[in-house]
Design a protein around this ligand. Structure first.
Ligand code: GLP
Length: 232
C-alpha cells in the first residue's frame, strides 16, 4: 500500500492540487481514461478544470454512479450535474455515465462494467460520503463488487436530499461502480473537505479494512492520494 495524504488550506487549494496532478499526468501521456465523481466536493474541482487551459479532447471519462429513474434533464441527476459543471464547458473524447433510466438495470450495469474494464481507468477521482461510502458503495458492500444496483441508506438519503431541487423525490436506488471497479483504476485520488468528513477520514487512517466503512478498502490499493483540508 502507498497512500499519500495532502493537507490543504481550503477546497479551492484542494482543487488546485488536483489540477496540478491531472496536468502532470496529461503532460506525461498517462491520462487517457479518467473516472469522475459528483457531489458538492467536486464543484471547485470542475471549476478549476474548466477555467484552465487543459486539453481533454483525447480523454474518455467514466462517472462513478447515477440515480435510478432520473432523466438527464432532471437537475438532480448526475448526468445533469456533469453537463452543468464540466461537459458543457470542456470537450472530451467521450463521456460515460451509467444510465439510471435503462429498462433492464442489471444489463446496464454489466454493459457499463465491461465498457470501463475494456477502457481501463488511469485515474479515478473520488469523494466520500459522511458514512464513509465511496461512489454509492454503502456500508457492507463487498470488496469484489462490480457495477451494480445499490439500495441507498437512510443516512445517504438524508444527506443527499438536501441538494434536491423542485420537490423531486430522491430515488432510493442508484447504479454504482463497485469496489472492484474502483480498485481497478491505476491511481485513486480522494477529496474530503469539511468536518462532516472527519469520521470517514479518521476511520480510514486507523488503517484496518472495515466493510462498514467502504473508504477503508482503499488500503488494498497501491496508489492512493487523499487531498483534505482536515487537520488529522
Ligand atoms: C454522493 C456520491 C458520492 C459522493 C458523496 C459526497 O453520495 N454518490 O460519490 O462522494 O455524495 O458528496 P459531497 O461531495 O456532496 O459531500
Amino acid at each position: 500500500e502507498k497512500c499519500k495524504l495532502i493537507k490543504v488550506e481550503s477546497p479551492e487549494k484542494g482543487a488546485e492540487q488536483f489540477y496540478q496532478l491531472i496536468k502532470e499526468e496529461l503532460e506525461n501521456d498517462r491520462l487517457h481514461v479518467l473516472g469522475l465523481a459528483t457531489g458538492s466536493t467536486m464543484i471547485p474541482v470542475y471549476a478549476k478544470l474548466t477555467a484552465s487551459e487543459l486539453d481533454f479532447s483525447n480523454v474518455t471519462t467514466f462517472n462513478l454512479d447515477e440515480y435510478v429513474g432520473l432523466p438527464a434533464t432532471s437537475p438532480n441527476s448526475y448526468a445533469y450535474f456533469m453537463d452543468d459543471h464540466l461537459f458543457n464547458k470542456k470537450k472530451f473524447k467521450e463521456t460515460n455515465i451509467p444510465n439510471g433510466m435503462a429498462a433492464d438495470l442489471d444489463a446496464e450495469c454489466n454493459r457499463y462494467e465491461q465498457a470501463l474494464q475494456q477502457a481501463g481507468l488511469d485515474i479515478q477521482l473520488l469523494g466520500v460520503g459522511e458514512n464513509g461510502h465511496i461512489a454509492f458503495n454503502e456500508p457492507g458492500t463487498p470488496a469484489d463488487s462490480v457495477t451494480h444496483v445499490a439500495e441507498l441508506t437512510d443516512s445517504t438519503l438524508g444527506v443527499n436530499s438536501q441538494y434536491f431541487d423542485n420537490d423531486e423525490k430522491i430515488p432510493t436506488t442508484a447504479l454504482t461502480m463497485g469496489i472492484a471497479s474502483i480498485m481497478s483504476a491505476k491511481k485513486l485520488v480522494l477529496l474530503a473537505f469539511g468536518e462532516k468528513k472527519r469520521p470517514a477520514i479518521t476511520k480510514f487512517l486507523e488503517g484496518k479494512i472495515d466493510s462498514d466503512w467502504t473508504i477503508t478498502y482503499l488500503h488494498e490499493h497501491d496508489d492512493v492520494t487523499i487531498i483534505t483540508d482536515l487537520d488529522m
